[in-house]
Design a protein around this ligand. Structure first.
Ligand code: RB5
Length: 151
């Protein structure tokens, strides 16, 4: 599995913790920034990660900002992305099983690093259940196709 990750200035420290975790799990990753404490714009960092996941170059993407909200909104604008904003372990598991999410967003100002790293582990380690969820995910992607003008 290859993971792309990025953060804005509000998620920088948690991103570094996630990188340590991925290294310890022997998961290949690439860091798409930011690497500075100065204020940056989260869409500039959400977009390259979302594009890498949408293109298939990376299997999963992880984004961190202050709340995770801006990053998740931006990522979900990219065709093919299903990005979940997650701050609890139940949702981390459920969003893989039910929504087949390919991106995860979290807020460094919302949760501590212990919980965040548990969320990452669960989210990376949980498979999509398929079955009745298959058609629901397809319906979501049909909405995206309808509003992007591509059938
Ligand atoms: C930056 O101050 C903050 O707005 C950003 O990290 C994020 O929370 C946006 O949704």
């Amino acid at each position: 599995m290859k993971v792309a990750l990025a953060a804005d200035h509000g998620g920088l420290h948690l991103k570094e913790e996630i990188k340590k975790l991925l290294t310890s799990m022997q998961i290949t990753f690439e860091d798409f920034g930011c690497n500075c404490e100065t204020s940056v714009d989260y869409p500039d960092y959400a977009l390259p990660v979302a594009e890498k996941v949408a293109s298939g170059e990376f299997d999963r993407g992880i984004l961190v900002c202050g709340t995770g909200i801006g990053m998740s909104i931006a990522a979900n604008k990219v065709r093919g992305i299903r990005c979940a904003l997650v701050h609890d372990t139940f949702s981390a598991k459920a969003t893989r099983e039910h929504n087949d999410t390919n991106m995860l967003a979290m807020g460094e100002r919302v949760i501590g690093p212990g919980l965040a790293l548990d969320i990452v582990k669960i989210w990376l380690g949980t498979e999509f259940e398929g079955g009745r969820h298959e058609n629901r995910v397809k319906k979501v992607m049909d909405i995206e196709a309808k509003y992007s003008g591509v059938k």
